[in-house]
Ligand binder design. Structure first.
Ligand code: AMP
Length: 190
């Protein structure tokens, strides 16, 4: 099957790690909106200056900015045969916009894959990552806010994809290799 996929799950569920592994195995680019924003902030671009006030406090970047960026990225040649989106869509308006983008490109989404994880476990993982990586948005207050934003705006999109018959859920607790294999099996099963 083609692999036009979105990866869902709370902050700290291991989406970034698994996205890189799945992309390698499926031979499609992993596209992380958070990574693109961080690269632009680091590079001091205009986009970076626009988004920093949102990312630094764990708020969502306005849809107009995010949607335009994703539309451009998905139109690039390396995404023509498939992609793995990590961190997008993050609210129901973005779900609808992604559908329009893909309709314009002529290929629908194949599947939405959700990595599930206990909120206490993800909070602990994020605090540990804060110590290791020093990400600006990994302080305790900002982590709490990102988890609230997830619960309010992002978690509901699983239901939308479930209603469309596109959702598969995979337990994200366990060994990294094991979770990768679970994800690949879930993506294959149709
Ligand atoms: P992430 O690395 O996916 O946790 O994203 C880091 C930050 O980038 C988020 O807390 C948001 O501020 C911003 N961001 C990433 N993806 C999106 C999105 N799809 N919509 C709005 N903001 C986003």
């Amino acid at each position: 099957m083609s692999a036009r996929l979105v990866l869902l799950g709370p902050p700290g569920a291991g989406k970034g790690t698994q996205a890189a592994r799945l992309a390698e195995r499926l031979q499609v680019p992993a596209i992380s909106t958070g990574d693109i924003f961080r690269a632009n902030i680091k590079g001091g671009t205009e986009l970076g200056r626009t988004v920093q006030e949102y990312t630094s406090r764990g708020a969502l970047v306005p849809d107009s900015v995010t949607n335009a960026m994703v539309r451009d990225r998905l139109a690039q040649a390396d995404a023509a045969e498939g992609f793995l989106l990590d961190g997008y869509p993050r609210n129901t308006a973005q779900v609808d916009e992604l559908e329009r983008i893909l309709a314009d490109l002529g290929h629908p989404l194949d599947r939405a894959v959700e990595i599930t994880a206990d909120p206490d476990v993800v909070t602990q993982r994020l605090l540990r990552r804060a110590e290791l990586e020093g990400r600006e948005d990994d302080t305790e207050d900002v982590i709490r806010h990102r988890l609230d934003v997830y619960a309010e705006q992002t978690a509901p999109i699983s239901d939308v994809y479930a209603q469309r018959g596109l959702l598969v859920q995979v337990d994200g607790i366990g060994d990294v290799d094991e979770v990768t294999e679970r994800l690949l099996a879930a993506i294959d099963a149709r």
